[in-house]
Design a protein around this ligand. Structure first.
Ligand SMILES: *Cc1c(COP(=O)(O)O)cnc(C)c1O
Length: 436
């Protein structure tokens, strides 16, 4: 008899999908610094009008567990949850070190990333408020695709404002959204006052996430819709904890307890979603003993060189300011392919935990990351998203250290998405030659 294969791929049966989300605010040692409004309450007022009411209420809730509506739970099943936990043993073999690497495979969902974990909840709550239209922004397109899918499943209309530069560069993501019936607008657009103003100033405005956020909020307000938020804020992160709650059950099934947690940070939602359920236990026990590592892109060095202060979450400056690690809301990120990592700041809860010294920051440049992604694809057979691939260099460093010291490590990785719609980007950086 060979070794049981069930230690290499850990699946949960459908009934084991968690029936609540986890809220880290219940377990922080002190209250999170609150949002600030430099415009005398106008920004907070806008937020109240434009996002669905239950997520707004949950944003400052300190309830530890939030009951999941059955309509959402059932759709989690539909879109590919529970996702498997997979041991990357060929990659372990390649690293040749005493490490066990477990990947929480969020790329197994229908849109190919963790984003659908919160999109379903947001759209459900918008519908509960009586809205039949939701709006949002998208950069690389993964969040937009998740909202488009969620809107289709709840029979709500979705309008997605896609950063013009990505709209032109990533037609496949746009087609994915259109396949689900969403309206996709290149931002800045002619549909909003803010967009029209920017286009008058510069007809070739490339757009930015900040601009798209402002447009999406304005469009929702003037069309009786609700605006939904794909990262950064507490509620979105809470919705994403379904991944970490599943991973906890999966690790318990095989009796593993990870020493090191690794994930990438755009706004911080896949990271927090995967690891807050674990970190919450440690915070409650009064001792954080695991290593938690947040990885970013060196081209957007907020986790290594950001400053912890109040800053705007959007360039349009319509949303309340949050205390976060930031490199400035005016920072124009270089056009790296890991679009999901181009955001200028880190979620307030994760920033707080970084500031307390519970989370280390690391970053890696695109060339290093893409070369490792190719190695990984060849040994494991799985093509990670450019964002997700940023976890690979630090895994190798930890493996090398384990080899040196002889001390074995169990690593849990938030494997946020697959890269099948990003192959053009890999081709470009790795030099596969022109497609036409
Ligand atoms: C959006 C995205 C990210 C970054 O966003 P977070 O909110 O930090 O999770 C990371 N990986 C993938 C695949 C993404 O789509």
């Amino acid at each position: 008899m060979g070794k049981s294969l069930s230690q290499y791929r850990i699946d949960l049966p459908p009934d084991e999908i968690p029936d609540h989300w986890y809220n880290i605010l219940a377990d922080l040692p002190e209250p999170l610094p609150p949002p600030q409004d430099p415009d005398n309450g106008r920004r907070l007022e806008l937020l109240k009008r434009v996002i669905p009411s239950e997520p707004l209420r949950l944003e400052s809730s300190t309830e530890r567990f939030i009951k999941m509506p059955e309509e959402v739970r059932e759709r989690y099943l539909q879109v590919g949850r529970p996702t498997p936990l997979i041991r990357a043993r060929r990659f372990e073999e390649y690293l040749n070190a005493p490490v066990k690497i477990y990947l929480k495979m969020e790329g197994y969902t229908y849109t190919g990333s963790h984003k659908v974990n919160s999109a379903l909840a947001w759209v459900y709550y918008a519908l509960k408020d009586g809205a039949n239209l939701v709006t949002t922004e998208t950069g690389a397109g993964q969040w937009g695709a998740a909202v488009a899918l969620a809107a289709a499943l709840f029979k709500v209309k979705a309008h997605v404002f896609m950063v013009r530069a990505s709209y032109n560069a990533k037609p496949l993501r746009r087609f994915q959204m259109q396949m689900y019936g969403a309206e996709v607008h290149a931002s800045p657009s002619e549909l909003t006052e803010f967009g029209r103003k920017l286009l008058r100033e510069n007809p070739n405005h490339p757009g930015s996430l900040g601009v798209a956020i402002t447009e999406a909020a304005e469009y929702a307000l003037s069309n009786n819709g609700k605006y939904v938020v794909g990262s950064v804020i507490n509620t979105d992160i809470m919705f994403k904890t379904i991944a970490g709650l599943e991973a906890k059950k999966q690790l318990e099934l095989i009796g593993e307890d990870p020493d090191v947690m690794i994930g990438v940070v755009g706004g911080g939602s896949n990271w927090a979603g995967a690891f807050y359920p674990f970190m919450g236990d440690e915070l409650r026990s009064g001792k954080v003993r695991r290593r938690y590592i947040a990885v970013g892109a060196s081209e957007v060095p907020k986790v290594t060189r950001g400053v912890y202060k109040y800053d705007d979450p959007d360039t349009g400056r319509v949303l309340p300011q949050l205390k976060m690690y930031t490199i400035g809301s005016d920072f124009i990120p270089p056009p790296i392919y890991a679009g999901g990592l181009r955001y200028h700041a880190v979620a307030p809860t994760l920033s707080y935990l970084m500031n307390k010294g519970y989370v280390e920051g690391r970053d890696y440049d695109q060339d290093t990351v893409f070369k490792m992604a190719q190695v990984f694809a060849q040994v494991e057979g799985y093509i990670p998203a450019p964002e997700t691939a940023h976890t690979l260099p630090i895994i190798k460093e930890i493996a090398d250290e384990a080899k040196r010291t002889g001390e074995s490590k169990v690593i849990l990785v938030s494997f946020s998405g697959h890269g099948l719609l990003d192959l053009g980007n890999f081709a470009d950086v790795l030099g596969f030659g022109k497609t036409q």
